[in-house]
Design a protein around this ligand. Structure first.
Ligand code: ADP
Ligand code: ZN
Ligand code: MG
Length: 492
């Protein structure tokens, strides 16, 4: 933490304290329609067009819970190792804000969908479990727009398209002990939720929003300190920056003999600071009460079983398996399990080629390079996993050299064709036939008396030159191993 901020403790002082952090993460579920009505959830529609009496909160309109929302919420809760309540209940959380026309948010309170889960993160080489207190469902509010209009100095505008968008809120236990751990947790959470297609977790679109509760205490202190809640952390970088700032601020307060106030603070990305916003409402201010318009949510054993069975292998398990079964390097595993699509692609390439390590190298190096240059995702790769696998199988069988394959892949990428077609058309097949090679080897030997003499006098390094001559004569199509072998036979 730099010292340009006033009122911040220096690192040596901060080191005498232990930060305690709990996160509250809101995630937009990837449904096409809203949680209690059939309005679309599409992003970027003209303001106030994706609305109906239900999400506008018009009198008499009744909510109907979307099955798909529940399914995604349950999927998320299972992936976060939570216990799902067979019966949960919606509650009204009352507050007044222009972007909430109902006057209350429909959320869950004392009977949330799921509890007692955990997520594992890697901390300095060891695995650490972060407890998940609860996962509950709720609807989103609209958006107030305070600037960008000619009369923004006098008026605010409101766009209610987002009202009723399905969210889950994920609350962690106060198990996180540094900004790095918070960062690692959010990274893992995002990856899991993306893997199971519960959410795009696009932070720029607000599909993943994170609030952080922070306190500090002296090492060995028995009790937690008073926490502040920091809001407006809409990127991973901001989360880390805000936590580092807030930890240094709280330590300075305590060191100065003061007391940390329980309050909500807003992170300002322009200054990197947090500032007090309002003293934190206590739960009773929301006057929570059971939502009378919705029956309790019941999740049958059978439905739960179906959702569980349909869950894909989660990132942590996949990483373990890739390390163990394919013998890949840690870094390669990270890259190849970053998304479900990449992992699937890689596994298909490995299966077809029969060579997992070469597959890892080609996917991470050559293919991803081409994708990046073309601004494409792996899901729209012009080279299918089967085609890349077959290209690598050709190398493994000695039908083409690796060098030639590097020239063929961009052609496959440009045309979408399999390797075989390109090789056939351009006459690129590797020459392994020893009769054909022998003729060329003899020609090279006849034309290189000096090198032959050097080789015979013990300078075996000239073999590289001789092989190179054959490769040149065959435009790289000779099988280098076979050529090497032939030279050795002829020169011994
Ligand atoms: P509140 O009553 O203010 O909602 P909760 O106990 O429900 O507080 O916790 C809300 C969030 O704050 C959780 O993520 C929890 O892990 C975290 N939290 C609770 N106490 C502390 C603390 N002393 N320091 C840091 N985080 C905390
Ligand atoms: Zn609606
Ligand atoms: Mg609480």
């Amino acid at each position: 933490m730099s010292s340009i901020f006033a009122g911040l403790a220096q690192p040596d002082v901060i080191a005498r304290y232990e930060p305690v952090i709990g996160l509250e993460v809101h995630v937009q579920l990837a449904t096409a329609t809203k949680i209690f009505c059939s309005c679309p959830t599409s992003f970027g529609a003209p303001p106030n067009t994706n609305v109906c009496p239900v999400c506008l909160g018009l009198p008499g309109a009744l909510p109907v819970l979307s099955r798909h929302s529940v399914e995604l919420a349950v999927k998320a809760a299972l992936a976060l190792n939570c216990a799902i309540r067979p019966k949960s209940r919606f509650a009204r959380k009352n507050y007044f804000y222009p972007d909430l026309p109902k006057g209350y948010q429909i959320s869950q309170y004392d009977e949330p969908l799921a509890e007692h889960g955990w997520v594992e993160i890697a901390v300095e080489g060891a695995v650490k479990r972060i407890g998940i207190t609860r996962v509950h469902m709720e609807d989103d509010a609209g958006k107030s727009i305070h600037d960008g209009f000619r009369d923004s100095d006098r008026y605010s505008y409101v766009d209610l398209n987002r009202c009723g968008t399905p969210l889950i809120e994920i609350v962690t236990e106060p198990d996180i002990r540094s900004s790095e751990e918070a960062y690692a947790f959010l990274t893992e959470l995002k990856q899991v939720l993306q893997f199971i297609d519960v959410s795009t977790c696009d932070m720029e679109k607000g599909h993943l929003r994170c609030d952080a509760n922070v306190s500090v205490r002296r090492w060995n202190a028995e009790r937690f300190g008073t926490k502040a809640e920091v809001k407006n952390l809409n990127s991973f970088r901001f989360l880390k920056q805000a936590l580092d700032y807030e930890i240094a601020r709280q330590v300075a307060v305590v060191e100065g003999g003061g007391a940390v106030e329980q309050e909500t603070r807003l992170f300002n990305p322009d200054t990197g600071e947090t500032a007090g916003m309002r003293s934190k409402e206590h739960a009773h201010d929301y006057r929570y009460f059971p939502e009378p318009d919705l029956v309790p949510l019941r999740i049958s054993e059978r439905w739960l079983g179906e959702i569980r069975a349909a869950l894909p292998e989660l990132p942590a398990r996949k990483r373990e398996r890739f390390l163990r079964d394919y013998g890949l390097r840690e870094y390669d595993v990270q890259v190849l399990t970053a998304t479900h699509a990449v992992a699937e692609y890689f596994e298909k390439v490995a299966a077809v080629s029969g060579d997992p390590r070469a597959s890892a190298n080609w996917v991470i190096g050559d293919l991803m390079g081409l994708l990046k240059a073309a601004g494409k995702e792996i899901a729209d790769s012009p080279v299918s996993a089967e085609n890349l696998g077959e290209l690598l199988a050709l190398i493994a069988r000695g039908e083409i050299s690796g060098k030639l394959a590097k020239e063929i892949l961009p052609k496959m990428f440009a045309s979408g064709e399999p390797a075989a077609g390109i090789i056939e058309r351009e006459g690129l097949r590797q020459i392994s036939d020893s009769g054909a090679l022998e003729k060329i080897v003899d020609q090279v030997l006849a034309a290189s008396p000096k090198q032959v003499e050097q080789f015979r006098s013990g300078k075996t390094a000239v073999l590289g030159y001789l092989v190179g001559q054959v490769m040149k004569a065959t435009r790289g199509q000779a099988n280098p191993a076979a050529v090497n072998e032939l030279f050795k036979q002829k020169l011994s």
